[in-house]
Write a protein that binds this ligand. Sequence first.
Ligand code: GUN
Length: 300
Amino acid sequence: MTATLIDGKAFAANLRERLAGEVAKMQAEHGVTPGLAVVLVGDDAASAVYVRNKGEQATAAGMHSVTHRLPAETNEADLIALVQTLNADPAIHGILVQLPLPKGLNPDRVIAAIDPDKDVDGLHVINAGRLSAGLPALTSCTPVGCMLLLKDRLGDLSGMRAVMVGRSNLMGKPMAQLLLAANCTVTIAHSRSKDLSSICREADILVVAVGQPEMVRGDWIKPGAVVLDVGMNRVPSKDPVKAAAGGTRLVGDVAFEEAAQGASAITPVPGGVGPMTIACLLRNTLEACARLHGLPTPVL
Ligand code: GUN
């Protein structure tokens, strides 16, 4: 391996520590405690783990944290009524409705009900619009985390060729906007793109979020590129005995060992981009709180 590892776990831990300092300062100087509300509907096991971690890390940073767990049969009107209650609650500055929602609940209508100034996922069309217009916007947490890692590694990104593989509202689209705002030349590629490997080979910065285990191979990487792997795929263990017993391992969307031969820096899975998501959720909550109270936004 020639690439340097980008240690998102350590970066996120450091960011959470600095956030906790800013939260304490906000409380001491202004008597304000940032508050995060997370809403989980249904009993998806992976979502339950994410939501628990979000609540625990918000509390650890000194924030006010509430988690609403609703049954899968919750109707849309009741869910929207809860969102509206949180919109009106002055102790809450950030609202996150965990996705995916159970069948029968329309995520677009639920997200549209969130006050854009409390939309710490950056999913409301007002925030998507503000981001693409170059206005201050709450922006989806994982892309924000990716930008922090890239700027830490590369400094000024001006003029670099960036390729975003994936076009989701939560990751691909906001990431492309952030790269563009940082003066990169940006390509968005996706599952229907022709000759994806050639597109990737042009990238000085390659960000991959497609949910396809180890799809991006080593010979897709331009020598010296910085590679951010947003994928989190559970696949059978390499050990056939463990695999037969149901053993699994986590892999990204990039074939790590191969890609690390040519890249100058790469995120591992796990421990790369993943830990940045919750740290940036807390960062967004602090930012939303500062804006809602007319306080200066801490730069972290
Ligand atoms: N499900 C997986 N990631 C996310 C996220 O960042 N926000 C929300 N709301 N749901 C998710």
